[in-house]
Ligand binder design. Structure first.
Ligand code: BMA
Length: 824
């Protein structure tokens, strides 16, 4: 096989402009314009609005490349486009090779007859997606959500590129994945599918290889190796058919588990096409041996809905994932790894890939395999209706097949899901009643996709929509069945503690917005706009229906906190409130393990520096919520909640072994210190939750007047280590009698890098360690400190390009706390 990469240097020009700009493919128009200084940073100020209409122009990418005469002597020469966004006309040496219209597809064409020896010219012309959807929408208006440019349902292009309630409207175009020419002499492996059959103490792998060959003398070799490179099984097939099936048996298999439940063991399967004893083509896959399905069974509350992996009922803990950058070709393996690692660090075991974006890169799935994140994979349909014409059906069917084949072997793939919120939309939203479109909905998600999956990935569970109760427009957002999106708290202004009144079987979306890190705000905000409601700050909140999201952020946080006077403190309190809200929900769900079995909060990441529901902002900076996620998603969780004058303490154990430890508690007064305390031994069986004890403040109320100065501190210990230290108020934060706290910070050399020791003279809430300019990740943050207590926090990662010294860190650090905020 010969391979010529056509990535790298191309030229781009917009039609009607006299320009020729360097384009480093894979890349897109906005990125090229930005890199060539034709436009400023589209993320600064209000630039995104200014640049939106650049997408009304067409643009052309061109490349010249050399072909060696040897290539033309091969049997088959193909060109492969892994991603063209979207309305592309491809010309090779002046002749039209193809016209494409789906960015989610892979396109391959035989080009031998069009290539010449020597210099060749490839041109890809992209027609404006904005003009296209406007024209189509005028002919056939299709319903869609308000935060985006209408008509997106007409085009197989990531919907969020037309804008979403967390991202700008920059409908880009370009060559967004690699372009490669392949030449084959003897044959090629078209695809390899692996089916797993788990038997007692062994796994049988049925491996199906589709082969296209032009010479009878070919052989197929299959080999499976373990992580030490030892061969576990192999087979040689001499009489190759175009469709070849063999079985390999793995005795005493090492299973793949999600993060926290065991090892992420991966075997390597290599299928090689041999000729004359040499390898002419090869397909290599890393596969994890596991059974994975959704456990659905009637129970007293309705129906269970949880991942069952290797027979263990998993509580899914994670968040929803959106595309990583508005300029979609910028993420690299390293940036994706940083994100996935941050998920694993926060004890996630699951990510939901939301349907309004892109089918992620291969690296994304490899990283999820490696870090143990179960992937809930939506097909790319969201918040819109689609007309199922024959052409559209053929187009999406090809898209499904391309992506299913690419993704299906990943150990992390947990389920396929038809779409985001469309079943719910048809039932409960103001979508115009149209029987034909409802029928198209059913055909797409309840017939077409299941039929394709039956052929291409029969072993992965399919779910028709998120949320859904199983399909057919039957109670799609029912608390007691399937998954739920609960938006009444953020979008409906409901009190955040209402989460505790629901026992969702699997909460796949719910969230609270917060401002991003101050350094991130500084990256887009001119100094004279330093106010939550300045035009630029409002522009960097894309949730505008019915009012700008920043209004909601402040409105929501004053449920619980007083209104901070300046933007710095509003940023901090918004983050603490976001974290508290999601903690309140998750801890409640986890106390009800068995009934509730999943939480993917909306959302882990951003694709633009923005105020949003994300727990990690666009520049990878952790908001308070991500630190809290590390705690509320920890495998063994101690949680407490107040009910009137009682504090209830629970322990949830998501380990596969029993938990044996102690809970210590102290009932305290802000001035008088500890009023009462206790310690209880707890044994919590594996995969269960237990109520440990109740502490009442009743006996102290008469002496102290009211509950505003009383709090409950509690901790969870195991042998000699403390797993968690938290505190509970009996009133909301805005009513509590916080004393001003003098928090001291000391920096020391620890055994494993630098350490920060925090201590406070008063009971201090959500003490947030901040850095002025550097990007650091701490082992913990936003901690509550008892008076006199010292807390050691390690610098877990230095992400800025510096060698961090003690002096530098001392100079960089400052703390915020709920106590010391200056309120209005
Ligand atoms: C849900 C999601 C997204 C959206 C989020 C926040 O509707 O599916 O479409 O960004 O809520 O509004």
């Amino acid at each position: 096989m010969q391979k010529i990469s056509l990535d790298g240097f191309w030229k781009m020009s917009r039609v009607g402009y006299n320009e020729s700009l360097a384009a480093n493919v894979p890349t897109t128009m906005y990125e090229v314009l930005f890199e060539n200084d034709v436009i400023e940073d589209p993320f600064y100020g209000e630039n995104d609005q200014l640049y939106r209409d650049l997408s009304l122009d067409d643009c052309v990418f061109t490349k010249t490349f050399e072909v060696d005469p040897g290539l033309l002597e091969l049997e088959v020469v193909e060109i492969e486009f892994l991603g063209l966004d979207t309305l592309a006309t491809i010309k090779l040496n002046g002749r039209v090779l193809a016209v494409t219209n789906n960015m989610h597809r892979t396109y391959r064409y035989e080009i031998k007859g069009m290539l010449k020896s020597g210099t060749n010219n490839l041109e890809v012309h992209f027609a404006s997606p904005m003009r296209y959807i406007a024209e189509e929408q005028a002919k056939d208006p299709l319903w869609g959500v308000t935060s985006t440019i209408q008509g997106y349902g007409h085009l197989r292009k990531a919907h969020h590129m037309f804008g979403w309630d967390w991202g700008p409207q920059l409908p880009d175009m370009g060559i967004w994945r690699s372009v490669t020419i392949y030449g084959y002499e003897v044959g090629k492996i078209e695809e390899v599918q692996v089916l797993q059959h788990h038997l007692p103490d062994s796994v049988r792998l049925d491996i199906l290889a589709e082969v296209d060959f032009y010479d009878e003398g070919v052989q197929l070799h299959y080999s499976l190796t373990d992580m030490d490179g030892e061969i576990i099984g192999q087979a040689l097939v001499s009489e190759v058919e175009s469709s070849d099936v063999i079985s390999l048996r793995v005795d005493n298999p090492k299973l793949w588990w999600p993060n926290g439940y065991g090892e992420q063991y991966l075997y390597t399967l290599t299928v090689s096409l041999l000729f004359d004893e040499g390898v002419v083509h090869e397909d290599v896959k890393h596969i994890g041996l596991r059974t994975m399905t959704m456990h659905r069974e009637k129970d007293p509350w309705g129906e269970t809905f949880d991942f069952n992996i290797n027979g263990v009922r998993i509580f899914a803990m994670g968040a929803d994932y959106i595309p990583e950058d508005t300029l979609i070709t910028r993420p690299t393996y390293e940036t994706t790894e940083r994100l996935i690692k941050d998920c694993a660090k926060a004890n996630y075991n699951c990510l939901r890939v939301w349907g309004g974006g892109l089918y992620p890169s291969d690296s994304f799935y490899e990283l999820c395999d490696h870090y143990g994140l179960i992937v809930w994979q939506d097909f790319m349909f969201a918040c819109g209706v689609y007309r199922l014409t024959k052409k559209f059906q053929n187009n999406i069917t090809a898209e499904f097949i391309d992506n299913i084949k690419r993704i299906r072997h990943h150990a992390s793939l947990g389920l396929w899901c038809g779409n985001n919120e469309m079943e719910w939309g048809f039932v409960e939203w103001a979508i115009p009643k149209d029987e034909r479109l409802r029928m198209d909905y059913l055909l797409m998600y309840e017939k077409l996709i299941p039929d394709v999956l039956a052929d291409y990935d029969p072993q992965t569970f399919y779910w028709p929509a998120s949320p859904s109760s199983g399909g057919g427009f039957l109670g799609p957002n029912d608390d007691n069945k399937g998954d739920v999106h609960y938006w009444k708290v953020f979008h409906g202004n409901e009190h955040y503690k209402k989460f505790r009144e629901h026992y969702f079987r699997f909460a796949s979306e719910y969230g609270m917005q917060a401002f991003p890190d101050l350094k991130t705000i500084d990256s887009f905000l001119p100094k004279d706009q330093y106010n939550a409601f300045s035009p630029v700050m409002e522009n960097h909140n894309k949730c505008t229906d019915p009012i700008n999201g920043n209004v909601k952020v402040l409105l929501n946080m004053v449920q619980e906190f007083r209104l901070p006077k300046n933007l710095e403190d509003q940023v901090y309190i918004s983050q603490v409130f976001q974290a508290e809200t999601i903690r309140c929900a998750v801890e409640h769900f986890r106390r009800n393990r068995g009934r509730c079995m999943g939480s993917t909060y909306w959302q882990v990441n951003d694709n633009y520096p923005v105020t949003s529901w994300a727990s990690i902002d666009f520049y990878g900076r952790w908001k308070a919520m991500h630190y809290l996620a590390k705690r509320f998603y920890s495998q063994v969780l101690v949680s407490a909640y107040e009910e009137g004058n009682i504090g209830h303490i629970h322990v949830t154990n998501d380990r596969v072994a029993d938990f044996d430890g102690t809970v210590c508690w102290q009932l305290c007064h802000v001035e008088d210190g500890i009023l009462d305390h206790g310690e209880v031994g707890v044994i919590v069986p594996a995969l269960s939750a237990s109520h440990v004890l109740d502490v009442s403040i009743e006996p102290y109320l008469s002496a102290y007047g009211d509950e505003r100065c009383l709090y409950l501190a509690y901790e969870l210990n195991e042998a000699t280590s403390t797993l968690a230290k938290e505190s509970l108020l009996f009133v909301c934060h805005k009513a509590f009698n916080f004393n001003k706290a003098s928090v001291t910070i000391r920096v020391d050399d620890g055994s494993d890098g630098l350490e920060v020791t925090l201590s406070s003279d008063a009971f201090a809430k959500a003490v947030g360690l901040q850095t002025k300019t550097l990007d650091l990740i701490f082992s913990d943050n936003y901690v509550d400190l008892m008076p006199g207590e010292t807390r050691v926090i390690a610098v877990d990662e230095v992400r800025s390009d510096v060698v961090l010294t003690k002096e530098m860190l001392t100079e960089e650090l400052y703390v915020q706390s709920v106590n010391n905020v200056i309120y209005q």
